[in-house]
Design a protein around this ligand. Structure first.
Ligand SMILES: NC(=O)c1ccc[n+]([C@@H]2O[C@H](COP(=O)([O-])OP(=O)(O)OC[C@H]3O[C@@H](n4cnc5c(N)ncnc54)[C@H](O)[C@@H]3O)[C@@H](O)[C@H]2O)c1
Length: 222
């Protein structure tokens, strides 16, 4: 029998996988296993029974990996679990950046009582038109679970997609559309692309990668 403690609410889809060998405890100090989503664990004291920490999510930067290694605590994650949801939000973000949908909605709300809004809208709609995504260049930095999905779907929107990932896994490379342009330096992404989306882990080596120099290489806004 193992005792588990949840630092955050975890979906029933996952919790239902635990059989009668697992019982929940509200006391983290006596737990064999801790389940976590976003709670920050760096300052946490671990109980002497703790054997494993499982993160319901991809990144593990809220877990002190060095301390866990020293104390023999195994850390698990669920890579790719949210990848499709993130992909859809990236596409939504890109569409919102290309077209001033929010500005258009606000404009309609402001003027909806003002008589013939349909007629005025004909004159004003240009201000919110923006640009099409088709034919534009998208740069994807990090071609893991999320990056591959974003890159592939963008090709179906008619975008020219550049991918950069010096450590790409064989599995990701197999899943990547053949039409993705292989960028060998990240600067190529900054210089060439109209939109850039970043899907790398938050590490000391990746934090701050979009700095003054990177921005200076980028194109002017469309
Ligand atoms: N906000 C959310 O809801 C949410 C959800 C899921 C994932 N994420 C985060 O998004 C990130 C990516 O998730 P994923 O599931 O695709 O991870 P992943 O591990 O499958 O892929 C990450 C990719 O980044 C590449 N990479 C590492 N350093 C790089 C660098 N310097 N330049 C270019 N590529 C580099 C790796 O080779 C790998 O292919 C993770 O940090 C994760 O925590 C956020």
């Amino acid at each position: 029998m193992f005792k588990y403690h949840c630092l955050n609410p975890i979906s029933a889809v996952g919790m239902n996988k635990l059989d009668e060998n697992y019982v929940k405890t509200e006391n983290a100090d006596e737990a064999d296993v801790i389940l976590v989503r976003s709670a920050k664990m760096h300052e946490m004291e671990f109980g002497k029974n703790l054997k494993a920490i499982a993160r319901a999510g991809a990144g593990v930067n809220n877990i002190p990996l060095d301390k866990c290694a020293e104390e023999g605590i195994v850390v698990f994650n669920t890579p790719g679990a949210n990848a499709n949801g993130v992909k859809e939000l990236v596409i939504a973000g890109m569409l919102l950046a290309a077209r001033d949908v929010v500005g258009g909605i606000q404009w309609v709300q402001e003027f909806e009582e003002d008589g013939d809004i349909a007629k005025i809208a004909e004159k004003k709609k240009k201000a919110f038109a923006g640009t099409e995504l088709s034919g534009k260049k998208l740069g994807v930095i990090g071609l893991g679970a999320i990056g591959v999905l974003v890159a592939n779907v963008a090709t179906h929107l008619g975008m020219e997609v550049y991918g950069y990932d010096p450590y790409v896994s064989v599995d990701s490379a197999w899943r990547l559309s053949r039409s993705i342009h292989h960028a060998t330096t990240v600067d190529e992404i900054y210089k060439e692309c109209d939109y850039i989306t970043i899907h790398v882990p938050a590490l000391d080596s990746t934090k701050g990668m979009i700095d003054k120099n990177a921005i200076s290489l980028m194109k002017e806004a469309l």
